[in-house]
Design a protein around this ligand. Structure first.
Ligand code: UD1
Length: 312
């Protein structure tokens, strides 16, 4: 028990975490500037959540929001690789400066723990697969760099100030509420929207790049475990499923699920992209007792069902 603060709590992943915390009877505060987050994402829990519209780029503005908080789940970020290439300054101000502000404010209110969203993108094109946390990072985009630097800041706060910080390297997360309208949204959301609108999905490159597509409820589970697991502080931990799929395979799954035979169109590869990404989740298993429960196929079915309603 305690007071949880979820930064980015009105966003895709954040709103699922907030719902689960409310379900468990926890007290929850949300810090969100509603740039990509939306009030509607919290509709099911709106009376039970204290939503503070606030921006992590402003340290003095966020200090009062952290008053009395025990656990900070820090998700607020600009989360797109492509966007970070177009506008590295905004990505840096939000992801790096913003993370530093959250850490400073958490330290000053003596929060019990900060669990922060880091990224699989930190591994870049390191040739060894699956990704193990001990591998040398190799950020290939401003996005990956800002997230990796945020991780390092977390570890420094842990060492110097004794703040309990856990960084979770999320792999490609998908599911309901991943914004179907945004050009920067995840690839599976884009694919499904194209299917449902009768458009042709576009693959950047040959479609043989792989990702460890992770359904959002798996990530909620890992994140909440990281708030309490005794051995987690100071660690960087992968959160994925341990299984990689190529984009061509995801198209085949969607054809099956939707009972159609769509052939994607292929476009030139996206700059700054990683080729392959699959998580080794041994550390999450041992440290967090985490086990992914929803498979890619089930997750795709649930996402299709949600998008059908959301787009109608
Ligand atoms: C994603 C996340 C990022 C996270 C990282 C962790 C999103 C938007 N980004 O980055 O926050 O930290 O995983 O692994 O969820 N693609 C297409 N067609 C499209 C869109 C994308 O072929 O219409 C391709 C991309 O070129 C890329 C792959 O799909 O090869 C995945 O792209 P994307 O969903 O944007 O995610 P990542 O860049 O892997």
């Amino acid at each position: 028990m305690g007071l949880y603060l979820v930064t980015g709590g009105a966003g895709f992943i954040g709103s699922h975490i907030v719902e689960e915390l409310v379900q468990r009877g926890e007290s929850v505060r949300v810090l969100d500037n509603l740039s990509s987050g939306r009030r509607e994402n919290l509709a099911s829990v709106q009376d039970k959540v204290d939503l503070r519209e606030c921006d992590i780029r402003d340290l003095e503005a966020i200090r009062p929001v952290l008053e009395g908080v025990d656990y900070v789940i820090h998700l607020a970020a600009l989360s797109s690789v492509a966007r970070s290439i177009e506008d590295p300054v905004s990505t840096t101000l939000v992801n790096l400066n913003g993370t530093l502000h959250v850490l400073l404010a958490a330290r000053d209110v003596q929060a019990k723990r900060v669990v922060m969203a880091a990224t699989a993108a930190a591994y870049g094109d390191n040739p060894s697969l699956p990704r193990v946390e001990t591998q040398m990072p190799q950020p290939l985009s401003p996005y990956a760099l800002t997230k990796l630097a945020g991780e390092y800041y977390g570890q420094i706060f842990h060492r110097i100030f004794g703040l309990e910080v856990v960084a979770l390297r999320y792999f490609n997360i998908f599911g309901p509420r991943q914004n179907p309208q945004s050009p920067y949204t995840g690839v599976l959301s884009k694919f499904i929207v194209a299917y449902l609108r009768g458009q042709t999905p576009t693959i950047f490159g040959d479609g043989e790049q792989s990702r460890d597509f992770t359904f959002v409820t798996n990530v909620v589970d890992a994140t909440l475990r990281a708030c309490l697991a005794p051995a987690a502080p100071g660690k960087v931990i992968n959160v994925g499923t341990g299984r990689g799929s190529t984009l061509n395979q995801t198209i085949a799954f969607l054809n099956q699920i939707l009972g159609v035979q769509v052939t994607p169109q292929y476009a030139p590869p996206r700059v700054g992209d990683v080729r392959h990404s699959t998580a080794d989740i041994s550390l999450a298993r041992t440290t967090l007792s985490y086990e992914p429960r929803v498979s890619l196929e089930d997750g795709l079915r649930r996402t299709v069902a949600w998008l059908r309603t959301a787009l109608s």
